[in-house]
Design a binder for this molecule. Sequence first.
Ligand code: NAD
Ligand code: DAU
Length: 355
Amino acid sequence: MILVTGGAGFIGANFVLDWLAQCDEPVVNLDKLTYAGNLENLASLKGDARHVFVQGDIGDAELVGRLLTQYRPRALINFAAESHVDRSIHGPEDFIQTNIVGTFHLLEAVRAYWGGLQGAEREAFRFLHVSTDEVYGSLGPGDAAFTETHRVEPNSPYSASKAASDHLVRAYHHTYGLPVLTTNCSNNYGPFHFPEKLIPLMIVNALAGKPLPVYGDGMQIRDWLYVKDHCSAIRRVLEGGRLGEIYNVGGWNEKPNIEIVNTVCALLDELRPRADGQPYASQISYVKDRPGHDRRYAIDARKLERELGWKPAETFESGIRKTVMWYLAHADWVEHVQSGAYREWVGLQYASPSA
Ligand code: NAD
Ligand code: DAU
């Protein structure tokens, strides 16, 4: 079996669902269920004996140690993190605790477990750390896309905490020989994406008749990848990645934010037109920029393609259409995630919407 951390969040839940749709190898899913963790994402696994959910913290080394001893997983995939840049700007502490201190305790527990393994079990074990392109910092307009050897230059408390966790993972390989793999992926989108992030926020706000807040001039560039392609890349790296290596994951889909917002609006105009016949784009509102806002990310994923034969299956056009259709078909999920805690966040972040 495998142990997944953060498997009730956006990417982790997609990974667990895809994993169990493709094989019968059981998954132990350790998740703290922060505001971003949602068991509704895993509702289709109710009663499925192949999925064992455990609520807990990656920073609880004793709990992690117990789970490792009890289930003897052949791999651990670490998705658990605080993941939202804007929240890290309002309050970095949770990011330091989970992404740095939590990853450290997790690594210690795994080191103790792996140290006790022998023979084939020890040879086969893998620790796969899921990280982000944001650790590389920001690119200028003509710069080449990030490769795995790009300097690490994080600019937000979130990306700095992820970079620190990447360094710890690297050090545990170099010093203790822990069999680690790291993936650095670009912006994901797709089902179960929490509506604090750009694409789901735009869908949810558009349908609710609210403003669509675009930071600054809206010309910041992100490199978008459909979440299921990220999951397939992780599976590929887990199967065949070289120990201690970093693999960048991306879809060669660089787009300015305003283009993303306009695409979402156009799809909604087609699939769920406004009652008054006006375009959703009329709800776009330019607001104050994010402090320290990275201008451009772009991922060079050629190493993953060359070494492991991975390529994304979705184009941006097919993935974004599927995504908008998923949100339209899951009004209950959307309503439930917009809990009191979500409303508090929206109140804090978007209190003075004008630039
Ligand atoms: P998310 O915020 O949707 O989910 C994070 C999950 O981790 C939640 O279920 C939460 O409850 C859990 N969690 C948080 N702290 C925990 C702790 N201390 N112990 C156990 N569980 C804890 O995040 P996501 O977007 O699914 O991202 C997953 C991972 O992928 C993160 O490590 C993130 O840095 C990385 N990543 C995300 C993207 C993206 O575009 N979303 C891109 C590249 C990499
Ligand atoms: O690049 C990978 C990263 O992508 C992941 O590591 C992070 O976990 C994930 O949250 C994401 O980070 P971003 O900051 O790029 O994502 P976000 O959806 O918050 O913002 C995307 C872009 O849209 C960014 O340039 C900021 C802008 N934006 C965002 C929000 C929420 C807006 O213009 N308005 C908004 O209301």
